[in-house]
Ligand binder design. Structure first.
Ligand code: CP3
Length: 355
């Protein structure tokens, strides 16, 4: 199988090469806003059974591509499969979110954490990747992903979604060496995990750092960015004559985008609290940018959505290096037709920026 898909707009844009229009994909494009997703999820029983079944994970990965003119597929999985493989026992409390049977509560718990053999514990993910690549039949690229060690660490230490991250921030203040041990083990597992995804066939990588923005700038560099740097430095991104582009996304990164651009990554995800004009200035055109329509905009009428898309495209401006996306994942309450209007607006309005 050749590794360059028929539609390679995403890969070209991520490498800041010229494209005839702006490529588009959507964070959480396979998810509960789609009735066909809810049907498969129902059949699987619970969310982890869906992630753990390569056929069903492949099916839900492909669902949004049947409905919309998207330029990429993203592997259906979750960032919390990594701590699950590290022995924490992930489950989802219906209507509440992720939980761990064995959250990391003590320093001796951190010392005992293992860096697992990813093939043994996460083989179902690599099987899903191979299956999705086969079913995509070279049409669009497949994006693989993982969470940043900091973001994954917040769930491991808090044991659940958190508002203020008091436990892990307490650890950062009182015992930074112990937190380093934890983040180092998550980073080592994540490197093996992402390299195995690449081996299985993903054509771009995204690292989700949903909670890095909760840290002050110094702690962000020390506990979030430093561990994303270790990952970037250790990914097998050279595939023969082409590169597997790497996208880093810290939500609410603001001015820290300029530090992120120095890691050697290819692109940065940007949320809607920073304009793409500012993001482009902060990153000095060193990297491509991905984003950043406010997901709440998809609740509005198709006309308002189209105006929102126009503003995002205008804010990036002329030239290559932009991948259209939302500033964060699509929420379950969105009417799929509204997402359709958004994607069609990108197709219609973006060519003028690439003349
Ligand atoms: O983007 C995609 O389509 C690929 C799939 C994907 C999921 N989660 C599926 C999912 C990706 C890339 C993720 C990443 C993820 N998971 C992040 C980082 C990105 C972000 O949104 O900030 C985080 C923080 C998680 C952890 C997580 N997973 C939480 C907090 C929850 C529960 C909250 C919620 O939205 O329900 C999940 C569950 C989850 N992961 C769902 C999906 C489709 C919903 C599960 C369901 O079907 O009930």
């Amino acid at each position: 199988m050749t590794d360059v898909p028929t539609n390679d707009l995403l890969l070209r844009a991520l490498m800041r090469q010229p494209v005839p229009r702006t490529p588009v994909w959507i964070m959480r494009q396979a998810g509960r806003y789609l009735p066909e997703y809810r049907a498969v999820r129902e059949k699987a029983g619970d969310f982890m059974s869906l992630c753990g079944n390569p056929e069903l994970a492949c099916e839900v990965t492909l669902q949004p591509l049947r409905r919309f003119r998207l330029d990429a597929a993203i592997l259906f999985s979750d960032i919390l499969t990594v701590p699950d493989a590290m022995g924490l026992g992930l489950y989802f409390e219906p209507g509440e979110g992720p939980r761990f049977e064995h959250p990391v509560k003590t320093v001796s718990g951190i010392r005992k954490l293992i860096v697992p053999d990813v093939n043994e514990f996460l083989g179902y993910v690599f099987d899903a990747v191979s299956l999705i690549r086969r079913e995509l039949n070279g049409e669009v690229p497949l994006i693989g992903f993982a969470g940043s060690p900091w973001t994954v660490g917040t769930y491991m230490v808090e044991g659940r979604s958190s508002r203020d991250f008091s436990t892990i921030r307490g650890l950062a203040a009182e015992n930074p060496a112990a937190l380093d041990t934890l983040l180092g083990k998550v980073a080592a597992t994540t490197i093996d995990y992402l390299n195995a995804q690449i081996e299985a066939g993903v054509q771009a990588i995204m690292i989700f750092d949903t909670w890095g923005g909760a840290l002050g700038p110094e702690d962000y560099r020390r506990f979030s960015l430093a561990y994303m740097q270790v990952i970037v430095d250790n990914l097998d991104t050279n595939k023969g004559d082409h590169r597997i582009p790497v996208i880093l996304f810290t939500k609410a990164a603001g001015e820290l985008l300029s530090d992120m651009a120095e890691t050697g990554c290819d692109a940065l995800g940007v949320d809607w609290t920073t304009t793409l004009t500012d993001a482009r200035r902060l990153t000095g055109d060193k990297v491509a940018l991905q984003g950043n329509l406010d997901p709440a905009m998809l609740r509005e009428s198709p006309e308002v959505i189209r105006n929102g898309v126009a503003k995002v495209l205008e804010s990036y401006g002329n030239g290559p290096g932009h991948v259209f996306n939302l500033g964060h994942g699509i929420t379950p309450d969105i009417d799929p037709d509204h997402l359709g209007a958004c994607i069609e607006a990108v197709h219609a309005l973006s060519p003028q920026y690439h003349e």
